[in-house]
Design a protein around this ligand. Structure first.
Ligand code: ATP
Ligand code: NAG
Length: 391
């Protein structure tokens, strides 16, 4: 008897644990409907047609046990580079050549002696502590996802090296570094010195440049979500992963957390490792509900808010009542109070009433619909691209 009871209780508990995320999601979505402000995403698809097949597929959550997929087999075009060559190219992985610092290791500037002209590259060495563990996952994701992709707004992976415990990835060098550094770096807004004329003119990242970078990053994500079958989730969209080339064109980088969507919705609750970075993470990811394209859309919305305000998304802001709130909430309150012009990064020197200030308003609208709490109310990246083109 007792055993039967225990089994019954265990079964009910397990059922409840499995259902909880779905109930929460349902609650979030229902809750959202009662708000007065209609989300832009639902008004743009006015008579709410049934979701397109691809959207439905893309919304399927990611199976944590999904096997690794190779796209197009084009990773065979990737160069295998010896550790010796990489060591020589980076001056023995000299600290002097470090241009970036990620959670899995350092990124070095290097020159690879190729056939023909020597090529400047970025070399990412995954820390040995992670060899075989998390670092290996990151290595494989970069190789197997990014390695097979090619797009104007994706950072290009050129080669790799796996020797012993060492895992090294080689990318095209993106000369201007990350958007993060341009928005918040030591040189941003202050008297950075030694740059060339263009660098000087771009120091404050004028509005037009911010819009161009945002459009580029949106195009990259739309490509991953809509032009690949099955879709690719980036899962770590943030300003340090948007890199800028010589002409300040955006290139989405860091595919260490990226995954190819496969498996059905039933697998979603199994996804235990929530990928992403504080401040950019969609609420449903924080609740442990597995990734979807709409979680990328959320992070992208946060990135937009960061780009227009020039403020870090994980730093608390004070609202008019002196309460600490998130950047998103702060911005939402300002917009609702009709003070959107106050949000824009003042370093851009926008003048109210001018065309640019109007664009800021429209840009904020897009950012807000991307960061809707309920995933269903967020636009697709395709819609985001269209909205950004209409600014
Ligand atoms: N191809 C590249 N060209 C120029 N700089 C690069 C390149 N790749 C990376 N970097 C620099 O190195 C930094 C770290 O990159 P990386 O992708 O390893 O980590 P991250 O995005 O900062 O952190 P995380 O691993 O937690 O996502 C970037 O922000 C950028 O400044
Ligand atoms: C400021 O934030 C607090 C806490 O989130 C909130 O209760 C309050 O309504 C906000 N004030 C205004 C004026 O929006």
């Amino acid at each position: 008897m007792d055993v039967v009871y225990k089994a019954l209780i265990a079964a009910v508990a397990a059922f409840a644990a499995v259902c909880f995320p779905y109930l929460l999601l349902a609650f979030l979505c229902r809750h959202r409907k009662h708000r007065l402000l209609l989300p832009r995403c639902s008004s743009s698809s006015s008579s709410s047609p049934p979701p397109r097949a691809m959207d439905a597929a893309a919304e399927l959550s990611l199976s944590p046990s999904s096997s690794w997929s190779l796209y197009g087999g084009s990773s065979s075009a990737l160069q295998k580079i010896s550790l010796d060559d990489l060591s020589r190219a980076t001056g023995g992985f000299s600290p002097d050549n470090i241009i970036g610092d990620g959670s899995f290791g350092f990124v070095y500037r290097a020159v690879l002696p190729g056939s023909g002209a020597a090529q400047p590259v970025a070399v990412k060495r995954l820390s040995a502590d992670h060899g075989g563990g998390a670092g290996d996952r990151e290595f494989r994701a970069e190789l197997e996802v990014l390695g097979g992709l090619s797009h104007r707004h994706l950072a290009r992976l050129l080669g790799f090296c796996a020797a012993g415990r060492d895992r090294v990835l080689v990318y095209e060098l993106l000369e201007r570094g990350s958007l993060d550094a341009w928005l918040h770096g030591a040189g941003a807004g202050a008297g950075a010195g030694d740059g060339d004329g263009e660098e000087e003119a771009m120091r404050l990242l004028p509005w037009a440049a911010r819009v161009r970078v945002t459009r580029g990053a949106a195009a990259a994500l739309a490509f991953l979500h809509h032009d690949r079958q099955p879709p690719v989730l980036h899962r770590d969209v943030k300003s340090s992963n948007v890199l800028l080339d010589e002409g300040f064109e955006a290139k989405l980088a860091d595919f260490g957390h990226a995954r190819v969507v496969s498996g059905g919705p039933a697998a979603s609750h199994l996804s235990t490792q929530a990928a992403g970075t504080a401040g950019y993470m969609a609420p449903e990811i924080r609740e442990g509900m597995g990734a979807s394209v709409k979680a990328d859309v959320y992070s992208f919305g946060v990135l937009m808010m960061e780009t227009v305000t020039g403020r870090r998304p994980n730093w608390p802001m004070k609202n008019v009542s002196g309460k600490e709130v998130s950047l998103l909430k702060w911005a939402r309150e300002k917009v609702e109070a009709g003070m959107s012009s106050e949000i824009a990064d003042h370093r851009m020197g926008l003048i109210q009433g001018e065309k640019e200030a109007e664009e800021v308003k429209a840009f904020l609208d897009v950012a807000q619909s991307c960061t809707e709490e309920c995933p269903r109310y967020r636009p697709s990246m395709q819609e985001v691209v269209e909205m950004l083109n209409r600014l």
